[in-house]
Design a protein. Structure first.
Length: 486
């Protein structure tokens, strides 16, 4: 994986002149019109949440109304076409998510809707890779199991009520199980995780598919590193945050890609690693304010905390991040060297030490957007070189269009939700590439967040209909802050 990491770091540090090319810009009048369409969709959701259908017929009618409302919203506000909606709603991503939810509840009836949403996002990544790599989109046992594993392991390792010793002991046992050890699970949660690993082993016997388990071990190693190294109060002063972030994101999606067919070409591994890094960076920017409160080190919290230390009082972030500031805010210039004295690509985030912190975060976000543009180029090259020839060509084009749009909008909307960390001019430029203005979007997402409990009840209700899709609830999560689903 070291070669993939270094290639991605070199791509990250490539210079770019401003924002990357973007397909659309929106006038304020266009944005207001699209916001009106969003409001109509949200009103429909709100009405349905108040109805609480009690029979199968009522649930089916509610599903149709929600699907029709979303279809109208997606076409008028997001600019999606029938080919995109076919992938989302008809025999594509929604079917995979519905199957995942039902199988998850079969294995663990107590699994939360929030964990199912998280696992669905994991599965969608793998399902997209299936199409890009020339396979039919479907939820295989291995994709289901891997997608479910990481809500469980993440929840355990992130739980503040569990001691560090217990986490380390679990991590050691889980590593052994990934290597093929057959140690008995210690508790019910471990038994469920061991069952997920058995599903992977049934599809990919260890003796025949060693690469699969090597890739899964890489995820675990990156996860361990992030737990040990990326806490502001405990991280070493020289922690390489960018490197750990790239390893964690890249390893995850490379493993997803390997589960599609059992092995990868170098070009497939390169594109998957880059996409994983991009998704990790998008998640980190989306979680910026929560990570600041919890003392999580990412490249974005480093830059934002530096801003807070220079411009804001401790109470702006409850003083939580301030305690780890000395280790989090290391600044270097130029290139770092290994013990051999050879220069290596610089992975410290403060590439702009002379600039005000807000400008540094402006530039960091621009760099992330340009990195995303280059990753999409890698994916284009992978699919143009024959890996997707067996797939339905009609799916590949709309899939890549949705990938570009979703990554771009996630980054833009995440920046728009953290306005105090950016310069006004930069936000104004970004906002022209969003179909919605930032402030109205934040207000509407706040409304959705307050509907978390009734949305969960409706999700559970629709899940009872064996013949029906839960597409409306899963697609609605696209607009919801992840924190609202926790």
């Amino acid at each position: 994986m070291e070669d993939l990491l270094q290639e991605s770091l070199e791509m990250w540090w490539q210079e770019a002149d401003g924002l990357p090319p973007m397909e659309r810009t929106f006038t304020q009048a266009e944005q207001r019109s699209r916001e009106s369409c969003l409001d109509r969709f949200l009103r429909t959701v709100e009405v349905e949440l108040g109805e609480a259908p009690s029979s199968g017929a009522e649930r089916r009618c509610a599903r149709r109304r929600l699907t029709d409302a979303f279809t109208s919203f997606a076409k008028t506000s997001l600019g999606l076409e029938d080919s995109h909606l076919e992938l989302l709603l008809n025999h594509g991503f929604s079917d995979a998510a519905t199957q995942l939810a039902r199988e998850a509840r079969h294995i663990d009836p107590s699994v939360s809707a929030a964990d199912i949403f998280q696992a669905s996002r994991n599965a969608w990544t793998a399902c997209a890779l299936q199409v890009l790599m020339g396979h039919r989109m479907r939820l295989t046992p291995a994709i289901f199991a891997c997608s479910m594993l990481y809500p469980y392991t993440d929840n355990f390792l992130d739980d503040p009520a569990i001691s560090t010793g217990a986490k380390l002991a679990f991590s050691h046992r889980f590593r052994g199980r990934l290597k093929g050890d057959r140690a008995a699970p210690r508790n019910e949660q471990e038994a469920i995780m061991w069952r997920f690993l058995e599903l992977i082993e049934e599809q990919y016997p260890r003796a025949d598919w060693p690469e699969v388990y090597g890739r899964l071990l890489m995820i675990h190693e990156a996860q361990e590193n992030s737990v040990h190294m990326l806490r502001a109060g405990s991280a070493p002063a020289n922690v390489d945050v960018l490197k750990f972030s790239f390893e964690k994101g890249g390893a995850s999606v490379v493993a997803d890609a390997c589960l599609v067919g059992g092995r990868l070409t170098p070009e497939q591994a390169r594109a998957a690693f880059g996409w994983g890094v991009l998704l990790q960076l998008a998640d980190d920017l989306q979680d910026l304010q929560q990570d600041l409160r919890e003392g999580i080190l990412t490249i974005f919290t480093q830059s934002a905390a530096r801003m807070c230390s220079g411009k804001a009082s401790k109470k702006d972030h409850d003083g939580h991040f301030e305690r780890g500031k000395e280790s989090a805010l290391r600044e270097t210039t130029g290139k770092e060297t290994e013990s051999s004295g050879e220069a290596r690509p610089r992975t410290d985030i403060f590439a702009f030490p002379q600039q005000p912190a807000a400008v540094a975060l402006d530039a960091l976000t621009t760099r992330t957007l340009n990195f995303g543009h280059r990753v999409m180029g890698q994916i284009d090259r992978m699919t143009s070189n024959g890996s997707a020839r067996k797939a339905d060509a009609a799916q590949i084009k709309p899939l890549k269009e949705m990938m570009r749009m979703s990554c771009l909008l996630l980054l833009i909307w995440s920046a728009g939700g953290c306005t105090k960390f950016y310069t006004r001019d930069y936000l104004a430029r970004l906002e022209t590439h969003s179909p919605f203005r930032f402030d109205p979007l934040a207000e509407r997402r706040g409304r959705l967040a307050r509907w978390n409990a009734p949305l969960t009840r409706m999700f559970d209700s629709l899940l009872e209909e064996e013949s029906e899709s839960t597409a409306p609830m899963l697609v609605a999560s696209f607009l919801m802050p992840r924190a609202a689903l926790s």
